[in-house]
Write a protein that binds this ligand. Structure first.
Ligand code: ZN
Length: 345
């Protein structure tokens, strides 16, 4: 656990997704009221008072009717839009908000989060390096030139993300340590930015899954990677126990990025299929005779993959001894060897 933490620089840019709320309906109704008033002024002088009094209720009913129709259309718009986009095969953009990356993400708890853009976190290079040296074993063990490579990738990775922090106590270590986990597992690969995931969500402690009472330490859903900060720290505070939720969730994210989104890394796909194929035999055992894999790893092949990645980095020698085929295949998938700690790639 860290013995000190730092409050994020107050100059760091804060934004709120609340500011992205759609105001188009308000604009439409205001505009309508303006046009209606103008028409009324233009025509009023040409009709006598008696006629005006006769048509006033009709005008009122037309106005109310139009208002109700606009309101119903506005409410139905969002629910129909998604289906329509599927049929059309492209996104329908809101007139006043062309940046869909803001509106696709729906935070689970309203009004209790901070949003940071990764390219304006206000962190100096020295701060980033100091935090890595202090908390990040994998980085500390690397040779100097690989530390530079790690730092460079980390900066680019952080710059491309937005951080939604569900606490009013944000720490500088949050974005750095979470992104470092992603950089670590993809360190041997050319593509490391996990571009399918522009959002990283951080909860202070374990949190409830969306629409469920399951309590989670981390999960990957939609375009967002979510982690519980206390569990992430626990994972990195002991780098030899084979349990690390940061590496675990990044393994899930990497699978989605490489296998389901990019689909262009043939080596990754080939070796991943091999791991899944041979992993079936391990799963059939239902239990690990060496007390290496936890029972959770036997839930399904996806969890077997993510837990294997945790063991690959934190218990590399044990994994190599007890399950050499898993270790070798992971070496081929991730193109690195964590047993050689100063030069894994
Ligand atoms: Zn998992």
């Amino acid at each position: 656990m860290p013995d000190t933490t730092y409050i994020l620089d107050s100059n760091a840019r804060f934004t709120s997704l609340d500011s992205m709320a759609d105001s188009s309906f308000k604009n439409i109704t205001e505009k309508f009221a303006e046009i209606d008033a103008q028409k009324f002024n233009d025509s009023a002088h040409s009709i006598n008072q008696k006629t005006f009094l006769r048509i006033l209720p009709i005008l009122f009913l037309v106005f109310i009717g139009t208002y109700v129709v606009i309101k119903v259309v506005a409410v139905l718009y969002d629910s129909v839009k998604e289906q329509l986009e599927k049929w059309l095969g492209f996104k329908i953009l809101d007139d006043d908000n062309n940046d869909k990356s803001y509106t696709e993400y729906q935070p689970t708890s309203q009004n209790n989060y901070l949003v940071y853009k990764g390219d304006s976190l206000g962190l100096s290079n020295k701060e980033v390096v100091d935090i890595l040296k202090k908390y990040y074993t994998y980085y500390r063990n690397l040779d100097k030139h690989l530390q530079f490579k790690f730092f460079d990738r980390l900066q680019k990775f952080m710059n491309s993300k937005q951080f939604i922090i569900h606490t009013h106590e944000p720490f500088k270590e949050m974005p750095i340590l979470i992104c470092a986990a992603a950089v670590q597992i993809s360190f041997g690969l050319d593509d490391y930015e996990l571009s399918h995931y522009p959002y990283i969500q951080i909860h202070k402690e374990e949190y409830f899954a969306e629409n469920s009472l399951r309590v989670l330490a981390g999960n990957v859903q939609g375009s967002c990677i979510t982690l519980a900060w206390n569990q992430l720290l626990k994972g990195f505070s002991n780098y030899e126990d084979g349990s690390n939720v940061g590496l675990h969730e990044m393994a899930h994210a990497l699978y989605f990025q490489e296998i389901l989104v990019d689909k262009d890394n043939e080596s990754f796909e080939l070796h991943f299929s091999e791991l899944m194929y041979r992993g079936e035999t391990v799963l059939q055992q239902q239990k690990c005779p060496h007390n290496l894999y936890t029972d959770y790893a036997f839930s399904n092949l996806q969890e077997f993959w993510a837990v294997s990645v945790e063991l690959f980095f934190e218990k590399a020698n044990d994994l190599n001894n007890y399950y050499p085929f898993v270790f070798t295949t992971l070496k081929d998938i991730l193109k690195q060897n964590p047993i050689i700690t100063n030069q894994p790639v």
